[in-house]
Design a protein around this ligand. Structure first.
Ligand code: 2AM
Length: 180
């Protein structure tokens, strides 16, 4: 099963993000209920590995974390694949990220070392935008860079299972682990 550990967007935050998504003229918006900040992409694992990850995450000890947002932007502009809301990497978020990664690794799961680039994916792009689309997107990003999404305090992290469907991914919450 395909697994990841993430922070859900609370209702009001998701509503504010959905208003930003509505402004993006291209791509496929992530459904409001799927909006999240990934802390660890665990990838395809056997059920016994999922169970081990769950048990390790039950031992997670970390404080609640304030999650703030930057302006909407394109992840990896050289190869644009998604419009995202970047999340500034505060020391507390970094501590939480490390704690989650360590818990999953303690479960015997080998996670690749990749740079943590905290973000919430808003819109997935299917292929390179045309010059016209790029120009329209640039206008939207310029206009919305000052539209703040208010910070919130994350009080739990969630182990999700991702079901890849033709219509897009469906996320199933397997378990939630309180912070603090
Ligand atoms: P993304 O939103 O930037 O695509 C579930 O797929 C979550 O895991 C998404 O938030 C996704 O980030 C993240 N993720 C990180 N690495 C991934 C990878 N190699 N393949 C798929 N998803 C990945």
């Amino acid at each position: 099963m395909r697994l990841f550990v993430a922070i859900r967007m609370p209702e009001e935050t998701a509503a504010a993000i959905a208003r930003l998504q509505d402004e993006v003229p291209i791509g496929r918006p992530v459904p409001k209920e799927n909006l999240h900040l990934t802390l660890a992409f665990v990838d395809e694992r056997r059920p016994d590995e999922a169970e081990a990850a769950h048990e390790a995450l039950e031992g997670l000890r970390a404080a609640p974390v304030e999650i703030a947002f930057g302006g909407m932007t394109v992840l990896d502009p050289a190869r644009p694949q998604a419009v995202v809301l970047p999340v500034p990497e505060t020391p507390a978020l970094e501590v939480l990220h490390r704690a989650v990664m360590s818990a999953v690794r303690r479960a015997g799961i080998d996670l690749p070392r990749r740079r943590f680039r905290p973000h919430v994916t808003l819109v997935r792009l299917a292929g390179r935008p045309t010059p016209d689309e790029e120009a329209r997107l640039a206008r939207v990003l310029g206009r919305t860079s000052q539209s703040p999404v208010w910070p919130f305090t994350a009080r739990e992290v969630v182990l999700f299972r991702s079901h890849l469907r033709r219509e897009g991914a469906v996320y199933e919450e397997l378990a939630a682990y309180p912070l603090g």
